[in-house]
Design a protein around this ligand. Structure first.
Ligand SMILES: NC(=O)c1ccc[n+]([C@@H]2O[C@H](COP(=O)([O-])OP(=O)(O)OC[C@H]3O[C@@H](n4cnc5c(N)ncnc54)[C@H](OP(=O)(O)O)[C@@H]3O)[C@@H](O)[C@H]2O)c1
Length: 248
């Protein structure tokens, strides 16, 4: 396991992170990585049983985890989650927006209801959670939003029209948000896009074998930990990482 430098470890101490999509894949690995670094973690997703298993493991290893079952497309749910975190931990420093889904289909054959659902989770849900945490970060005068975009948010390919559209949207949202918080009074909120190529998770199950040169979820989690452990004056804007052998 790669160790943090002393100053990186200091930058993480006492922090609180909300991680959406924490029941599997990248969100789950990130929760574990951050908890190991001393961050208190609030675990959000719909599958409460999976979140509880993860929280028990984190707690048994000396971490501090809070289970907050949440559907990111439900505005009331999202607000309740943020309120619960503030009640339990009294602050919120890091948001990892990892909840997401992928529907791959050629435009001509695509089921637009499925595309709608994907955009609701990947884009609108991500924006809802971000908006809900901002008042706390503004009060604290510090905060870090990490959006899990994708290589597909930088480059598209046949069959990925809907998914890519959702991830290009995430990148656009992140850029605008960063600029909204750039200025003498408000330069304390950082925004990072993480753009992985294929990662072996539930989301990538069933992809054609020729695409399946993959990253491990923990490879992505380490890149997130790097971004959030930098000193306050360093805003890592984006990290694009792909499997070395990936052809796309
Ligand atoms: N795997 C890849 O190749 C890859 C590559 C680049 C980017 N990404 C992105 O990385 C992020 C995480 O994906 P993953 O690969 O880790 O996939 P995953 O293992 O399928 O995880 C997706 C997570 O999103 C949660 N989720 C889905 N809909 C939700 C909703 N409505 N409300 C709350 N949580 C919801 C799921 O939990 P519940 O079902 O319990 O709600 C699950 O925890 C996604 O944004 C994805 O687009 C993945």
């Amino acid at each position: 396991m790669t160790a943090l430098t002393d100053s990186e470890a200091e930058n993480m101490e006492q922090k609180v992170a909300l991680i959406t999509g924490a029941s599997s894949g990248i969100g789950k690995s990130t929760a574990e990585r951050l908890a190991h670094a001393g961050v208190r973690v609030a675990l959000a997703a719909r599958r409460e049983d999976e979140l509880k298993k993860l929280a028990d493991r984190i707690d048994s290893e000396g971490g501090d985890a809070l289970v907050v079952p949440t559907d990111v497309t439900d505005r009331n749910d999202v607000q309740e989650t943020v309120d619960k975190i503030e009640d339990s931990f009294g602050r919120l420093d890091i948001l990892i927006n990892s909840a997401g889904m992928m529907v791959l289909d050629q435009v001509q054959e695509a089921n637009m209801n499925e595309f709608q659902r994907m955009v609701d989770v990947n884009v609108i849900g991500l924006m809802e959670v971000t908006q809900a945490v901002l008042p706390i970060m503004q009060r604290q005068e510090s905060g870090h939003i990490v959006n899990i975009s994708s290589l597909a948010g930088r480059k598209s390919f046949p069959g990925a029209s809907g998914y890519s559209a959702s991830k290009y949207a995430v990148n656009g949202f992140s850029d605008a948000l960063r600029e909204e918080f750039t200025g003498e009074e408000t330069e304390y909120i950082r925004v990072t896009d993480i753009e992985p190529g294929f990662v072996e998770t539930e989301l990538s199950e069933g992809l054609p074998p020729e695409w399946m040169e993959t990253l491990d979820p923990d490879d992505v989690a380490r890149s997130i930990r790097y971004a959030v452990s930098q000193p306050a004056h360093v805003d890592v804007n984006e990290i694009l990482l792909r499997p070395t052998q990936m052809e796309l």
